[in-house]
Design a binder for this molecule. Structure first.
Ligand code: ZN
Length: 172
């Protein structure tokens, strides 16, 4: 297993639409192991494949926030089949936008259809932090970032800041 390099804003890959996965083989299992290692190392509670540079419809999650009682979840080819009208607001962050947090309003509950690591079709209904996290990660598969859900003023400001940082790193 290895920790992968994270793709950071304003990298254009974050705007790419990820492609469906057609099956799970040994290589994909190894890749998922690397994603978990990268996510726990960061540390983060969710990671989409594109955040380590792979445009695949896959993300890993663990909202338990407990090292002694992990609840890893692998989500392949997800589809939200229902959203509640009721909304919930969480302060969100993203491993691709380090140390930036902003409140985002999203549906409070969602129903998700997906495939697990054995490529078996599953369904789950989520609320609370898990529901927010699922929507945040699914957005990544469509090239959408949580900053797309905040005001344009705030979004432009954070993009500008990260563009400047990336430029400085290039020149260094
Ligand atoms: Zn994210």
């Amino acid at each position: 297993m290895s920790v992968k390099k994270l793709v950071i804003l304003p990298d254009a890959r974050l705007r790419q639409i990820s492609a469906p996965i057609t099956g799970v083989d040994k290589a994909l299992r190894a890749f998922v192991d690397d994603m978990f290692e990268t996510m726990y190392d960061a540390p983060g509670i969710g990671l989409a494949a594109i955040q380590v540079g792979e445009p695949k419809r896959l993300f890993t999650l663990d909202v338990s926030k407990r090292e002694d009682n992990r609840e890893p979840l692998v989500v392949i080819n997800p589809e939200i089949t229902w959203k509640s009208d009721e909304k919930n607001t969480y302060e969100e962050g993203c491993l691709s936008i380090p140390e930036y947090y902003e409140e985002v309003e999203r549906p409070a509950r969602v129903r998700l259809k997906y495939r697990d690591i054995d490529f078996v079709e599953r369904e789950l209904e989520a609320d609370g932090l898990l529901a927010t996290c699922i929507q945040h990660e699914l957005d990544h598969l469509n090239g959408v970032l949580f900053i797309d859900h905040i005001s344009k003023l705030k979004r432009d400001r954070v993009i500008k800041k990260f563009t400047k940082l990336a430029k400085r790193d290039d020149e260094a």
